[in-house]
Ligand binder design. Structure first.
Ligand SMILES: NC(=O)c1ccc[n+]([C@@H]2O[C@H](COP(=O)([O-])OP(=O)(O)OC[C@H]3O[C@@H](n4cnc5c(N)ncnc54)[C@H](O)[C@@H]3O)[C@@H](O)[C@H]2O)c1
Ligand SMILES: O=CCCC(=O)O
Length: 497
């Protein structure tokens, strides 16, 4: 007996069939040397979407050979030409926004509307760095004693290893690839094992946009450490840019120290969301929904701890809980889906154990708190009150739609609670008092802060953290600097004619 595919199933299978399944090495799509492949699954159903080549060390070394061979020629390409490739890639990604969005929803689970938001956000890095490619300024100056001249010039840092996470499969890739292209670097990209398909499609689009062979090489793999380790030890590699957990970042930093490899580390977060008694409560609830539920809470910028002043805590909690409880949890391809599945069973189970530990320690569940039955790794939006200080849910990155609320009474206490974490990526502050907002922003140890704003990500802004949230910045004027090295040339005073 045969069953006809529905229109949406047909669209999904056509799109999946169009994604390259090989490794991209030196401009060619090829199988892994061992012939190994791995399955990519849909987290909403657990079904296999497609199988792709599984790179091992010999493949990633071949990718580095290709990147190293292409570096000199690529570094000499005119900045305007590099910028125009990025601009064409921006246009192609934008034209194919529906394909990229559906692919991300299929492999990562986020609702289609969110996936479309990520396409727009991810594409902005291509546009932004297409404009920055021609602005890598050096300088020429007279030395203070007048006895020489100082020329400072910027050069591409050289072949880079880029390692990306699963939560924003397009934007985390474009945020690294676009500045590397703009700066004239060649690359080996190792996308996350759980979401390699978006990077595969994006690499194909870059080829269409005119990126020369060998500039970008892509090696999806199930053995991340074994595949990338030999590259980190190889003196031809000049830069490692990693986005992922603090735990893995710490390990990579240690490995990179052997060759004193230049690194950028975009790591985990534990963002406080502070609401003062003088805040516009409805605006704070709108902000809380964005800061907590963007990407179902699977974002490094996600509000992880809600720190709310006692005078407005009941009103804020009631309004926030009503909004959280009203959301529809469903496969991201369903038109009414607002919350898709968590990425995998391990992630869903970790979230649930943080919730149950908090409850055992005395917290109250206001809404949610129980995994959704059935296929897929769904967890409902959840609010906890009465969470005790020292509870793991306040110190660990939750990475799910859970909002623990703690109450404070003075500004000093709010700052102390907010800073009580090893992380320092993002924070959010809601107050009508601008002076207070600025005063508190100066006291919070984070790389980024939303003042009366629940979303801060922007290609034109320097994204990154302090403390154990990482090193370096992506996006903004700063982003291209991560891919440039500075060379100083001391020049004798020009001789008299
Ligand atoms: N600061 C940021 O900009 C930012 C952005 C997105 C995600 N993140 C963080 O990423 C984490 C979620 O992503 P994840 O679960 O994919 O993180 P992860 O650290 O498990 O994996 C990230 C990437 O590193 C690879 N990897 C894992 N072990 C490795 C090893 N030993 N050697 C080399 N590569 C290795 C993975 O395959 C993946 O490609 C969260 O902590 C989140 O906060 C940070
Ligand atoms: O997960 C963290 C990255 C999210 C972002 O770029 O806004």
């Amino acid at each position: 007996m045969t069953f006809a595919l529905s229109e949406s199933e047909l669209r999904e299978s056509e799109l999946l069939a169009s994604v390259p399944t090989g490794l991209l090495i030196g401009g060619e799509w090829r199988q892994a040397a061992s012939g190994a492949t791995f399955d990519v699954e849909d987290p909403a159903t657990g079904k296999v979407l497609v199988s792709i080549a599984d790179a091992a060390a010999e493949d990633s070394l071949a990718a580095l050979d290709a990147a190293a061979a292409a570096q000199e020629t690529w570094g000499a390409v005119a900045p305007r030409e590099r910028g125009e490739i990025l601009r064409r890639a921006f246009e192609l990604v934008t034209e194919r926004a529906d394909d990229f969005a559906l692919l991300m929803t299929l492999e990562m689970g986020k609702p289609l509307a969110e996936a479309k938001g990520e396409v727009a956000y991810g594409a902005e890095f291509l546009r932004w760095f297409s404009e920055e490619a021609v602005r890598t300024w050096g300088r020429y100056s007279v030395s203070p004693d007048g006895k020489s001249r100082l020329l400072v010039q910027k050069k591409p840092v050289g072949p880079c290893l880029l390692i990306t996470p699963w939560n924003f499969p397009l934007a985390m890739a474009t945020r690294k690839i676009a500045p590397a292209v703009a700066a004239g670097c060649t690359m080996v990209l190792k996308p996350a094992r759980l979401t390699p398909l978006t990077s595969q499609l994006f690499a194909q689009v870059l080829q269409e946009a005119g990126l020369p062979a060998g500039v970008l090489n892509v090696v999806p793999s199930t053995r991340a450490g074994a595949t990338t380790g030999p590259l980190i030890k190889d003196s031809r590699l000049r830069k490692l840019s990693f986005t992922g957990s603090t735990e893995v970042g710490r390990r990579l930093l240690s490995d990179a120290s052997e060759t004193v490899l230049r690194t950028s580390m975009e790591l985990g977060g534990n963002a406080p969301f502070v609401v003062f008694g003088d805040a516009d409560i409805d605006a704070a609830v709108d902000g809380a929904m964005l800061a907590k539920l963007r990407n179902m809470g699977e974002a490094c910028t996600a509000a992880n701890r809600f720190i709310v002043q006692d005078s407005i805590a009941d009103e804020f909690t009631e309004k926030f809980a009503a909004r959280m409880a009203s959301l529809n949890t469903a496969r991201g391809t369903e038109p009414d889906s607002q919350i898709g599945p968590m990425i995998d069973a391990k992630s869903r189970d970790k979230i649930h154990s943080l919730v149950t530990d908090a409850v055992t320690a005395g917290a109250t569940v206001i809404t949610g708190g129980t995994p959704v039955d059935g296929p897929g790794y769904f967890y409902p939006p959840t609010i906890l009150t009465g969470v005790t200080e020292g509870s793991p849910i306040l110190s660990e990155e939750i990475f799910g739609p859970i909002a623990p609320i703690v109450i404070f009474s003075t500004e000093e206490e709010a700052v102390r609670l907010a800073n009580n974490t090893e992380y320092g990526l993002a924070a959010y502050v809601f107050t009508r008092d601008l002076n207070r907002g600025l005063r508190v922003s100066e006291k919070l140890d984070t790389g980024m802060l939303g003042l009366n704003a629940g979303i801060i990500s922007n290609a034109a802004a320097p994204f990154g953290g302090v403390k154990q949230s990482g090193l370096g910045r992506e996006g903004g004027l700063e982003g291209i600097e991560e891919y440039l090295s500075t060379q100083y040339v001391g020049i004798a005073v020009p001789a008299e004619a």
